[in-house]
Design a binder for this molecule. Structure first.
Ligand code: AMP
Length: 380
């Protein structure tokens, strides 16, 4: 009997547990919240990630450790790695936790990135914003996600407001300023690397965000094959440099026929949820196979798939469920503004059929704005 320990008990842990059941796996999920939604399907250990006693109990009950949440303190991951196999390894986790370290590594590996700079003081921020031409985003180096811990600057005149918003965090989690990229499209490569170094990617996914939060994903992305190959090679280089084991996502901006890397997520990723019904093997199943040293499954796509995120509260399920290729995922979470509470995946054999299904769902849920950019891409 193999027990997989998952640090973090959100929807990613929940979907990992669901996909691991047919493999005969047991799970133990650790989270700071007693109502973590993975706890509805797997035993939950409630504890602080810095609490050694809780970590020791967790380590004693599992055969391998992985993550649903990348902001587990790197020292805790190290501590666990001395007692039980941890995948991805704590160094990969530490790199992905820090936007400055991560972007520096991208640059070293020849993965193109936009201009960025470390920011330790108000004066430095002002100088860098001037150097970058005014249009920038100030971000926390660590502990930011879904657009949180970010301030958009349009000109040097916004430096005071940006410092007011985030300046106190320069000494705690650190700050980075990035040139604002007027990208044409946002895509991600969801990839998996096995313990033996075998590397696979799912077809590229195009993503649409609203207020920094993922709203919709389309796969396979409609992108030139040479460009797609280049993106996959960037992901491969990154995985090999980090000796990465498991699933990760590399988020990319596309502009003028080129890629600029934004960030990597060292875990299964929201832009890969469509793989549950839209690919031969899902990201969740392949992540488990990778961390357990099992053969990786085929990442081939089954037709065309669109994933729609439900943020804040669940809409009515019927308009999705009545579609032949409509699939519903309710994470069992309390509704709360800005919270990811579920998603739907719609799959069809061809792009036209997918566009029609999305149009019906858009009307049925009064969410035309959410499906419109995907339909526009599918019918372009
Ligand atoms: P992040 O937390 O870095 O993934 O940022 C969330 C979203 O904000 C991204 O998916 C983009 O839509 C947008 N964004 C982040 N950084 C930049 C940037 N440098 N230029 C333009 N848009 C950005």
């Amino acid at each position: 009997m193999t027990t997989v320990g998952i640090l973090g008990g959100g929807q990613l842990a929940r979907m990992l547990a669901l996909s691991g059941a047919p493999l005969g796996l047991r799970f133990l999920v650790m989270d700071t919240a007693s109502d973590a939604c993975a706890g509805q399907f797997a035993p939950l250990l409630v504890g602080d990630y810095r609490d050694e006693a809780a970590l020791a109990e967790f380590a004693s009950k599992v055969d391998v450790v992985t993550f649903d949440f990348e902001n587990v303190p790197a020292e805790s991951a190290e501590w666990l790695a001395q007692r039980v196999p941890v995948f991805p390894n704590p160094r990969a986790l530490a790199v992905a936790q820090d936007r400055l370290v991560e972007k520096t590594l991208f640059r070293e590996l020849g993965i193109p990135v936009g201009a960025f700079a470390d920011v330790a003081s108000y004066e430095q921020l002002r100088d860098e914003v001037e150097r970058l031409g005014g249009a920038c985003i100030l971000k926390t180096r660590r502990l930011g996600y879904d657009g949180k811990g970010q301030f958009r600057l349009r000109s040097v005149g916004d430096v005071d407001a940006a410092w007011e918003a985030l300046g106190t965090q320069a000494e705690t989690v650190g700050l980075i300023v990035e040139a604002f990229i007027p990208f044409e499209r946002e895509l991600s490569v969801v990839a998996v690397r096995g313990r033996d170094g075998e590397f696979r990617t799912w077809p590229l996914t195009e993503n649409w965000h609203v207020d920094g939060v993922l709203s919709a994903s389309l796969a396979p992305a409609r992108i030139d094959e040479a460009l797609a190959r280049a993106a996959r090679e960037h992901a491969r280089k990154l995985a090999e440099a980090l000796d990465y084991v498991g699933v990760f996502a590399l988020e990319l901006f596309h502009r003028d026929g080129q890629w600029l890397a934004n960030e990597m997520a060292p875990r299964v990723h929201n832009s890969g949820h469509w793989t549950i019904e839209g690919a031969e093997t899902s990201q969740f199943q392949n992540h488990l196979r990778a961390v357990l040293g099992l053969p990786l499954g085929d990442t081939r796509v089954l037709g065309h798939a669109c994933m729609l995120n439900w943020i804040g509260e669940m809409p009515a399920a019927t308009p999705v469920l009545q579609e032949a290729g409509g699939y519903w995922h309710d994470y069992g979470k309390e509704p709360r503004g800005g919270r990811k509470v579920g998603h739907a995946t719609v799959r069809a054999d061809d792009a036209e059929a997918l566009a029609h299904a999305l149009a019906r769902i858009g009307v049925g849920l009064a969410r035309q704005a959410q499906v419109a950019p995907v339909i526009a891409r599918l019918t372009a």
